[in-house]
Design a binder for this molecule. Structure first.
Ligand SMILES: Cc1ncc(COP(=O)(O)O)c(C=O)c1O
Length: 430
């Protein structure tokens, strides 16, 4: 049978300096850290704090991994190289996480978290979602494992990503636009702005408040927590087995950091241990609407807007930051995972930020040359690859993570396709 990892890789064991721990916000008497036991599945808390390099993947989870399409393919992007005019100058590969049943990498952690919640005796899992990739993954994992799901979806996405909302509902999930009237935080936000577009930070606070109202609910996190991003390392471990040679560049988009971490950490770990990847550059592609790694501050900040969760040390734009409602809604989070932030601070990762229009053009060029419509989030990595491929020395190898497909994101491509049809623009920037 084809290779499927037996362990998740925990980079915390190999970091050159200790990872700054989660802290309690000083303004509250009750401990947010102690409260995590009522919010998260118990195994997630264990994994959050472990210093073990390898965490065994339960066999039940591995069985579902096979069912959802792991291992995913690593594909040579020859058509894209030709479209860019760099064929035989640089070589481009992509790891295609859109091949998973829910269409993105998010299932890699949805499955173990829902499994852990169920083994704790929970009957409902609760979360937030932006564009809906994470919400869809949770809805699918919940349907597969036989628990209920409640999804707080940022209002701007609830209104624009109708197909994904309906897909979640078809799978049996309850989808609630955030801010909502179900929680104190939601009501306060709506009182301040009746047309609040919602943010991921706010939707997290709502989801956690909702969990705390019943002992049979557990919160499942889409990104940022170390345990969660560790689950994504199945991506990078498979890449180590699949790639024909060590790349010069590894590129991924960043929201909270989970696909970038999952894709690169097994390689960065080898670099940290002096076992390879000396020359490889690791590039994080963000949205200019939420450029936390490129332009944020490195400091302690709330994981969520309402401070129901602890503080983490990370690059942040501030937990109150409300990014404009872009199509790549999954990149609108204010911060990035602690370990990714630390690696950025130490210079192991470089960050670039792009505007929406140039990203969508990159996506269309990729779609027309490779036959895959990328998720708008993943398209940020594609734009970065285009820039790198034009500057990289001859013979360079670039591998990027195509974190999801965009077949349910056609709203993002509507106006650009109309303009292409009428000849108002071309896919190239000239
Ligand atoms: C397809 C896709 N890629 C990337 C992201 C960004 O999240 P992360 O940085 O955790 O991978 C999202 C978030 O929703 C997503 O849906």
């Amino acid at each position: 049978m084809t290779y499927l990892p037996s362990y998740w890789y925990n980079i915390v064991a190999d970091l050159p300096v200790p990872l700054p721990p989660l802290l309690d916000p000083p303004e509250y008497e009750s401990s947010r850290i102690a409260q995590l036991t009522k919010i998260l599945p118990s195994r997630i808390i264990d994994e959050e704090y472990t210093l073990n390099r390898l965490i065994r993947i339960p066999e039940e989870v591995r069985a579902v991994y096979r069912k959802i399409g792991r291992p995913t393919p690593l594909i040579r992007a020859e058509g894209f190289e030709k479209a860019l005019g760099v064929h035989r100058v640089v070589t481009i590969y992509y790891k295609y996480e859109g091949a998973l049943l829910a269409g993105s990498h998010k299932l890699n952690t949805a499955v173990p978290q829902v499994y852990y919640a169920k083994t704790d005796g929970a009957s409902e899992v609760v979360t937030e979602t932006g564009a809906g990739q994470w919400g869809l993954a949770v809805s699918m994992a919940a349907a597969m494992l036989g628990v209920k799901a409640a999804i707080f979806m940022t209002r701007s996405s609830y209104l624009s990503k109708v197909s994904r909302r309906i897909a979640m509902e078809a799978l049996g999930a309850k989808v609630i636009p955030s801010p909502s009237r179900r929680t104190k935080t939601g009501k306060n936000a709506l009182y301040r702005n009746a047309h609040h577009p919602g943010t991921l930070g706010l939707a997290i606070t709502e989801a956690v408040e909702y969990v705390l109202a019943s002992p049979y609910r557990r919160y499942v996190a889409g990104s940022v927590l170390e345990s969660v991003i560790t689950h994504q390392t199945v991506i990078g471990q498979e890449v180590l087995h699949q790639m024909p040679e060590e790349p010069d560049y590894m590129v991924a988009c960043v929201g909270g950091g989970s696909n970038m971490a999952g894709f690169t950490y097994p390689a960065i770990g080898m670099k940290l241990r002096g076992e390879g990847f000396e020359k490889t550059k690791f590039i994080a592609a963000e949205s200019a609407a939420a450029p936390r790694l490129s332009r944020g501050e490195y400091r302690y900040d709330g994981l969520d807007t309402g401070l129901v969760l602890p503080l983490a040390k990370m690059y942040t734009l501030g937990r109150e930051y409300v990014p404009p409602p872009i199509h790549a809604a999954g990149l609108r989070y204010h911060g990035a995972s602690s370990s990714l932030s630390l690696l950025r601070k130490l210079g192991y990762i470089k960050a670039v930020a792009y505007e929406q229009e140039e990203v969508l053009r990159a996506a269309i060029l990729f779609a027309r040359s490779e036959g895959i419509i990328p998720a708008p989030e993943s398209a940020h990595a594609i734009k970065a690859v285009i820039d790198i491929s034009h500057k990289a020395p001859k013979g360079s190898v670039i591998i990027f993570n195509l974190s999801g497909h965009g077949l349910l994101d056609t709203d993002a491509y509507e106006s650009i396709c109309n303009e292409l049809v009428t000849g108002e623009i071309s896919v190239f920037n000239d």
